[in-house]
Design a binder for this molecule. Structure first.
Ligand code: XMP
Length: 509
């Protein structure tokens, strides 16, 4: 085990993630964990995370001093380095300004930590204080413009300190620095794979849940699907999944969910058809935010009602991922991460007295996909494009009616089919149709055809914060347009959305 002592850095989970990338097992510990406990866990190396505090603060978080006497390598990152400076007899200076952003690291002595790495690397800094005098036994092995002690080592004791953040994406070859530490310095075993992660998670879930019942709201999206498959592997029939058909789903979506989770995985799946209720409540409503609110509230009502028919449950499972919780790490002197969940549906866990079960909360999206694939979920699910919670409700502009929804579903199914057969579906962020409540004149044979307009929206994006429209080949666009106007009744025209985000958004409402 590699122990990551958490001093409240927003990057602690990123460190753990990098270690997993190197196929090494690690565990995050609260910074107060005693050296004895680490020893009991068979720790072969320690990493002291960064953190928002200054080592000069009155109640600055400090690790057990005996951690430095365990006889295993210690790597201090940022605040961790300053802790080493302070606790091992060096000097740390307070600085008023933070050094933040890119810098160039020059390696003067590669040693085991920078073995086979370039002598110059672009690195990412984010720190206030800095070490001004090294503790006994230490020597600098890397410098930046701002610091002669950007990387320090005590070869004898295998202690290393790094001022920048090797774990973040902005640091060039950062993961290789971490890998060198794990393999060359700590001699950690490379035996931690997705399959091991699953076995470990399964054990944890069983321990947490015991004989209780777990409820999960299945949306068909990647996160809830992987959570369902994982929990099902752990506790089988103790898991009940609820899938709410709100009438705003894509064509064939409900059937696909029934087939996969019910028929294939034999999960206890309850499908609640509430489409009539949703449509009734949405009648006459045109304003997008109001539509969202109604859809959200109705979902909570339906879900809550369905729980009453299931019998006593103790846990509500959610597919919360690490990026969902990352933003609320406490700043200031309290290193305990305050975590709030975005997925909490309308205060339901509190009202229903349900405990949360979030087995994916340490994982990043690509890791969740790997877990899903390992659990046997098909590519359609694991690599599914994002789909908004309110579904087609925000893709039928203005008032939603069953007739409009039916037109949109047919057009959208054609787009999806063409995107999948040409493999474009997997290359883009999202591809979908939007129903425009506009009529335009067309002609079929000799007849005038006055009917609806469908917009095609296909975008590329990394994180949905910005997006650009995808340059699909003209012949593919032509086929999509031909098929929609020919095969879908009441559509006279197809238009292509060529707006990027910003200033537009991905969805139209
Ligand atoms: P926008 O339209 O804001 O969308 O550029 C960014 C991403 O978020 C999705 N989206 C939603 N997801 N509930 C959701 O769960 C919503 O109300 C919602 N609105 C937008 C959208 O599909 C895109 O991926």
């Amino acid at each position: 085990t590699i122990a990551v002592l958490d001093f409240g850095s927003q990057y602690t989970q990123v460190i753990a993630r990098r270690i997993r990338e190197c196929e090494v097992y690690s565990k995050i510990y609260h910074y107060t964990t005693s050296a004895e406990e680490l020893k009991k866990d068979g720790v072969v190396g320690v990493i002291l995370s960064g953190g928002p505090s200054s080592v000069f603060a009155k109640d600055a978080p400090m690790p057990d001093k005996a951690v430095f006497e365990l006889g295993v390598p210690v790597l201090g990152i940022c605040y961790g380095l300053q802790l080493m400076g302070k606790m091992l007899g060096g000097k740390v200076a307070k600085s008023k300004e933070r050094e933040f952003g890119h810098g160039t690291l020059s390696i003067t002595k590669p040693g085991r930590l920078f073995r086979k790495l370039p002598r110059k690397l672009r690195v990412w800094n984010s720190h206030g204080d800095k070490v001004t005098e090294l503790p006994p036994g230490f020597a600098p092995i890397g410098t930046t413009d701002n610091s002669p002690f950007a990387v320090i080592e005590d070869r004898k004791r295998d202690f290393y300190g790094i001022q920048f953040h090797p774990e973040v994406f902005h640091t060039e070859r950062g993961v290789d620095v971490i890998r060198n530490y794990l393999l060359n310095v700590c001699g950690a075993a490379q035996d931690w794979t997705t399959k091991d992660y699953i076995d470990h998670a399964v054990e944890e879930i069983r321990k947490t849940v015991g004989k209780s019942r777990v409820i999960l709201g299945l949306s068909g999206g990647v996160d809830s699907s992987v959570a369902a498959a994982l929990i099902h592997k752990a506790i089988g029939k103790q898991l009940t999944c609820v899938f709410v058909d709100n009438g705003l789903l894509r064509k064939g979506e409900r059937e696909a969910v029934e087939k996969l989770y019910g028929d294939h995985f034999h999960i206890d799946l309850r499908v609640v058809d509430a489409s009539k209720l949703f449509l009734r409540r949405l009648k006459g409503v045109e304003e997008p935010e109001q539509k969202r609110k109604i859809i959200g509230n109705t979902f909570v009502n339906v879900f809550e009602k369905s729980l009453k028919t299931i019998g006593h449950a103790k846990f509500l499972a959610q597919g919360t991922l690490y990026p969902d919780v990352i933003e609320s790490v406490a700043i200031g002197n309290n290193p305990a991460a305050l975590i709030k969940s975005h997925h909490n549906v309308g205060g339901l866990p509190e009202r229903m007295k349900l405990k949360l079960l979030e087995p994916l909360r340490e994982l990043f999206k690509d890791e969740v996909r790997a877990v899903g694939a390992e659990l046997g979920l098909p590519r359609e699910v694991v690599w599914r494009q994002p789909f908004p919670g309110p579904g087609l409700g925000v893709r039928v502009l203005g008032e939603i009616t069953k007739a409009k929804l039916d037109v949109l579903k047919e057009a959208d199914a054609i787009l999806m089919e063409e995107m999948k057969t040409t493999e474009w579906y997997w290359k883009v962020w999202q591809s979908f149709c939007v129903f425009l409540p506009v009529k335009s004149v067309g002609v079929i044979g000799d007849e005038r055809n006055y009917s609806w307009v469908i917009a095609v929206r296909v975008v590329e994006s990394i994180d949905a914060m910005t997006a650009d429209w995808t340059r699909l080949p003209y012949d593919l666009l032509q086929r999509i347009s031909n098929r929609i106007t020919n095969e879908v009744r009441d559509v006279s025209r197809v238009v292509l959305d060529i707006s990027s985000k910003p200033p537009a958004t991905i969805e139209w409402e």
